[in-house]
Design a protein around this ligand. Structure first.
Ligand SMILES: Nc1ncnc2c1ncn2[C@@H]1O[C@H](COP(=O)(O)OP(=O)(O)OP(=O)(O)O)[C@@H](O)[C@H]1O
Ligand SMILES: [Mg+2]
Length: 220
């Protein structure tokens, strides 16, 4: 059954000079419940924009995005925020951890808008990503790979149906990149979440049964 369906999605940006450039033109894309899909595309091709549209952070110019039966493209900004908190976990390209809070607080803060505070589950997730001994550390006291694992734990905190992972290996060496992708795939599987991962890294994406070139999806 389809968890995410995208149809005729378009997004155009206005450049600083005032000209229009169409970044997204996705005629059709879908992910079934619990499935894992990887999209490979080079820098600047619109991968982050695509994920931000699916997450409802950006608003589309036209087209439809349906997640778990709800049409994100028909909702107001506050309704999109609510939908995102309930259905979508997002591992951001730049992590977006809150600097003033510990790893545990970062995982728990997102729960406030979703399933509600659950300290035990937050602790369990941090242990699961190998940070059982770093829960009281702030982002600046963690390595980049560790910060990314906090971001992975936070993305699962509201038990989402869909996890979006934006270039999750961009800041890691080859060994840690492989480890990170394996962890993200396992944790999504364990929590029955579908996964959409975008990256420029063909090696990592080669390990997915369902991997596509982003240009096959985004026909700009
Ligand atoms: N707010 C904006 N206004 C105008 N242009 C923008 C805006 N945001 C992004 N763009 C442009 O849209 C294009 C796609 O950006 P996006 O961040 O989606 O690419 P990406 O595929 O994620 O790249 P990367 O692999 O480097 O992360 C870029 O050329 C960028 O300059
Ligand atoms: Mg990007």
């Amino acid at each position: 059954m389809s968890l995410l369906t995208v149809t005729n999605l378009e997004k155009t940006y206005v450049s600083p000079e005032g000209s229009l450039s169409r970044i997204i033109n996705v005629p059709h894309f879908e992910i079934d419940t619990g499935k894992q899909i990887a999209l490979r595309g080079s820098s600047g091709t619109g991968k982050t924009t695509f994920l931000n549209l699916i997450a409802g952070i950006l608003q589309a110019d036209s087209g439809h995005i349906v997640v778990a039966g709800e049409e994100i493209t028909a909702l107001s900004e506050s309704e999109r925020d609510r939908l995102r908190a309930h259905y979508i976990g997002y591992i951001f390209q730049t992590f977006n951890l809150l600097a003033g809070y510990t790893a545990l607080e970062n995982v728990m803060l997102g729960m406030m808008f979703g399933t509600g505070m659950d300290t035990n589950f937050a602790q369990h997730l941090l242990e699961r990503v190998g940070l059982g001994d770093r829960m009281q550390y702030r982002p600046s006291q963690l390595s980049v790979g560790q910060q990314q694992r906090v971001a992975v734990a936070r993305a699962i905190a509201n038990r989402p149906r869909l996890v979006l992972a934006d270039e999750p290996t961009g800041n890691l060496d080859y060994h840690h990149a492989n480890e990170a992708v394996t962890l993200i795939r396992e944790i999504c599987h364990e929590n029955s979440a579908a996964l959409l991962i975008v990256s420029h890294d063909s090696e990592v994406l080669g390990r997915f049964e369902e991997a596509k070139d982003f240009t096959q999806v985004n026909c700009v």
